[in-house]
Design a protein around this ligand. Structure first.
Ligand SMILES: CCCCC/C=C\C/C=C\CC/C=C/CC(=O)SCCNC(=O)CCNC(=O)[C@H](O)C(C)(C)COP(=O)(O)OP(=O)(O)OC[C@H]1O[C@@H](n2cnc3c(N)ncnc32)[C@H](O)[C@@H]1OP(=O)(O)O
Length: 296
């Protein structure tokens, strides 16, 4: 289903999104700051600074469900059309978990049509973020595996909280699945081929010190300074004339984007047939059960 159709579906009677305010809603924060609410995404915009902070709040772990992907996509589209916003900082509403990655329940026990719809939504969000004309920063205030790491890698820079409990990486192989080519390319573009090959094959989750060393993040700062640092780094990016920064970003990312655009349909079909395999369903179910057992 296309983004517009998914939004309509979300707005049908009975949907949890119905009645939610997706536009700018109320004053909040400092002078001129504006807040907008949807269920799973909170936006704090500061028009004077030209920056919006987009906060994930999809408890318990900020997983990227179909609804979360859709709300995030709507929110980013609105911000892209807002002339007062030139930069976006992505972060979690609460410290602890930036995002647990793609929602595993969307990839388990569903039908092929659902897998195709879900994967299309993952592609759409990646394309929106990776091609964004905005300057994007990630204020990573919690653990950041797999799809969470991918979100941060679409940004122009990453600031990670200095907490050894927080790890970051594309750990798909540890689940018995693997990162598709465009996840891989996004990481290669950040840390290079050899470091990516090692990280992906071993499904490494890096501590803050390791992530800094390998170049997966640009700065590690005390936990209470993650957002303020991300905002002050943003002012450096916004000091560059937009057109010059945007043309450079497009030049750097075009080949990677074009690969997915060229193989988009095949990538969906490959995902659907891979994820539908009995053996893959089994490993995902075992992984989910292990996560759930901890709590019961
Ligand atoms: C041949 C051609 C092939 C072409 C191939 C194409 C594609 C390739 C194929 C597939 C690629 C698919 C890509 C996937 C990328 C991903 O993002 S997969 C998700 C990876 N994520 C993780 O591994 C993280 C798992 N979670 C955790 O490690 C922990 O939850 C946490 C984040 C560290 C938090 O720990 P904490 O102790 O605070 O919380 P709990 O573990 O107790 O969790 C609470 C609650 O939430 C549930 N949950 C956790 N993570 C997820 C998730 N990602 N999705 C859904 N649900 C999740 C957990 O089960 C608990 O539930 P409850 O017990 O019922 O409350």
């Amino acid at each position: 289903m296309a983004l517009v159709a998914r939004v309509r579906a979300l707005l049908l009677p009975g949907s949890r999104l119905r009645g939610a305010t997706l536009g700018r809603a109320a004053n909040g924060g400092g002078a001129g700051a504006r807040r907008a609410l949807s269920h799973r995404v909170l936006v704090e915009a500061d028009p004077a600074a030209g920056v919006a902070v987009v906060k994930f709040r999809n408890p318990p772990v900020n997983s990227l469900s179909l609804e979360m992907l859709t709300e995030l996509g709507i929110c980013l589209e609105k911000l892209e059309n807002d002339k007062t916003v030139r930069g976006i900082v992505l972060t979690a509403d609460r410290p602890g978990i930036f995002s647990a990655g793609l929602d595993l329940t969307e990839m388990c026990g569903r039908n092929p049509a659902h897998y195709a719809e879900f994967w299309k939504a993952v592609q759409e969000l990646w394309l929106r973020l990776y091609q964004s004309n905005m300057a994007l920063g990630a204020a990573i205030n919690g653990t950041c595996p797999a799809g969470g790491c991918l979100l941060s890698l679409t940004c122009d820079y990453r600031i990670l909280a200095d907490n050894p409990k927080y790890t970051i990486g594309l750990n798909e192989t540890q689940l018995g699945i693997f990162a598709p080519f465009w996840f891989k390319d996004t990481m290669v573009n950040t840390i290079g081929h050899r470091a990516t090959e090692r990280a992906l094959q071993l499904g490494l989750l890096f501590t803050p010190a390791e992530a800094l060393q390998v170049g997966l993040v640009d700065q590690v700062v005390p936990e209470d300074q993650v957002q303020s640092t991300a905002l002050s780094v943003m002012s450096q990016w916004l000091a560059i004339p937009d057109h010059a920064r945007q043309l450079t970003k497009t030049m750097m990312r075009k080949a990677t984007v074009d690969q997915l655009l060229k193989h988009r349909e095949a990538d969906i079909q490959n995902f659907v047939s891979f994820i539908s395999r009995d053996s893959i369903q089994k490993v995902l179910q075992v992984y989910l059960q292990k996560l759930r057992k901890k709590n019961h």
